[in-house]
Design a binder for this molecule. Structure first.
Ligand code: AMP
Ligand code: MG
Length: 440
């Protein structure tokens, strides 16, 4: 009999991180970055406006209100080809290149269009209500009924003049070239698990591919004459619907693995042939079934004869029996067939292995510390109980029920496995618990 934490160390001693590989951005989410992401351009690449408004010279907007001549437009992707001189402005939109000669952006809410340098519109600036607006502003306001500020209508010719009614500090509302990052700066460090935001950052910095740790290639193989894939028809006497491959493949995929699924009848020769075939193209084989102590019915035991595979008894319940070893270059986890046991064995032994192969540190997910929200069962003797639990509304941990290793409902609703060492008494309510997170 082996303790589960001893076996975890044995497993981690034989698996290594995969080498890196270049992948297009869209395939990188969840992968571990092998080389840092460096900016290939300044971010932002050029000085640009943080607002819709008017690019002005700060010196022209000290005495307000003031009317400026509008000499051009700079919109996103279309820089203005003018230079602003004294008493001039240019319309500018968010993200558009800053206009030459201008040093400040006045937001559009602090301006009014005007037909002439002395337009009558400008006289009623501070007292405008929707009813008294000039035709000019009324037509603009129909686009934003909730505010009195005119919106920028880039498709229309700009009005020839603009009245500035309030001005920000000189230099305001400009995003400076390189203020977020300079060309060559490290944006994301090697070892980072890439989330969608990291990928966006890489894209904004001009990177189309990233060097990431290759994802593990995993074969999920269910064994058993009694298994019928769901959807494949009605159950015959003695048959059950096959569920382990669904759970194990989903677990491996949720960790970013490339997964194939397979089924084999309880025939040692065909199982051996299939295992060798899978070993040629997969790093990990996760089989389920055929590893308990059933002797001649344990097809796995016969199928791997001659390979370096050990049949273990682990001092836990559920998931006592498991095979572990190599089929040629591939690592075999011969998980127990009972559905709950196969999940427990995955979380305890396969997840750390996949984390290590994927370059994730630490390989063993940190334990959760919690408190028992009720009295919890314990096994007398030598077996540590891996009890399916969830947090109650107080944040304490309670059993999800379903104590049989065939009852998926218990673990399906669980958030963690409470690690309950053997002992004669149940765990009292309020006791400290160590828990292994489930599913993630
Ligand atoms: P075994 O270790 O092959 O004797 O399987 C132990 C128990 O788990 C038996 O009740 C099997 O029917 C069940 N079992 C084995 N494999 C699966 C599977 N892929 N899906 C659902 N149940 C399974
Ligand atoms: Mg079986």
């Amino acid at each position: 009999m082996i303790q589960f934490d001893q076996l975890q160390q044995q497993v981690l001693a034989v698996v290594q991180a995969n080498p890196p590989k270049n992948l297009v951005l869209r395939d990188c989410v969840g992968a571990v970055l092998a080389e840092p992401i460096l900016a290939t351009v300044d971010l932002p690449p050029f000085d640009n406006s943080a607002m819709d408004g008017y690019a002005v010279r700060a010196a022209d907007v000290t005495n307000l209100p003031v009317t400026l001549r509008v000499v051009g437009v700079s919109s996103a992707g279309h820089p203005a080809d003018c230079t602003i001189g004294t008493a001039e402005a240019a319309r500018i939109l968010t993200g558009a290149v800053m206009v030459q000669g201008a040093d400040t952006v006045v937001r559009v809410e602090d301006t009014q269009p005007a037909a002439s340098p002395h337009s009558p519109d400008t006289q009623s600036l501070d007292t405008q209500s929707p009813d008294t607006q000039s035709p000019d502003t009324q037509s603009l306001d129909t686009h934003s009924p909730d505010t009195h500020s005119p919106e920028m209508q880039i498709s229309e010719a700009p009005s020839e003049f603009v009245v500035i009614t309030a001005a920000p500090a000189p230099g305001a509302n400009i995003r400076r070239a390189g203020e977020a990052a300079r060309t060559g700066d490290e944006l994301v460090a090697a070892g980072t698990v890439l989330n969608p935001g990291h990928l966006g950052l890489a894209a904004s910095a001009g990177c189309s591919e990233l060097s990431v740790i290759q994802r593990p290639r995993v074969a999920v193989l269910s064994t058993g004459d009694e298994l019928l894939p769901p959807g494949a028809g009605q159950l015959e006497p003695g048959q059950i619907f096959e569920s382990n491959s669904t759970v194990l493949a989903a677990l491996a995929r949720s960790m970013g693995c490339e997964v194939t699924t397979h089924h084999c009848m309880d025939d040692a020769a065909s199982l051996r042939t299939l295992l060798m075939e899978l070993a040629g193209s997969h790093q990990l084989i996760l089989s389920s079934g055929g590893v308990s102590m059933g002797g001649e019915y344990d097809s796995m035991r016969q199928a791997v004869a001659g390979f370096d595979v050990e049949f273990l008894k682990i001092a836990i319940r559920p998931a006592k029996p498991m095979a572990f070893g190599r089929i040629e270059e591939s690592i075999l986890f011969g998980l127990p067939g009972n559905p709950v046991s196969s999940v427990v064995a995955f979380e305890l032994f396969v997840r750390p292995a996949i984390r290590q192969i994927s370059g994730l540190a630490p390989a063993l997910p940190p334990l959760i510390h919690g408190v028992a929200g009720e009295q919890l069962p314990r096994i007398a003797g030598e077996f540590t109980y891996m009890l399916s639990t969830r947090q109650d509304s107080q944040g304490s941990w309670v059993s999800t029920g379903g104590f049989g290793s065939h009852v998926l409902g218990g673990i399906a609703h669980a958030q963690a496995l409470a690690v309950i060492p053997p002992g004669p008494e149940p765990v009292a309510k309020g006791s400290d618990l160590h828990l292994i997170p489930l599913w993630s």
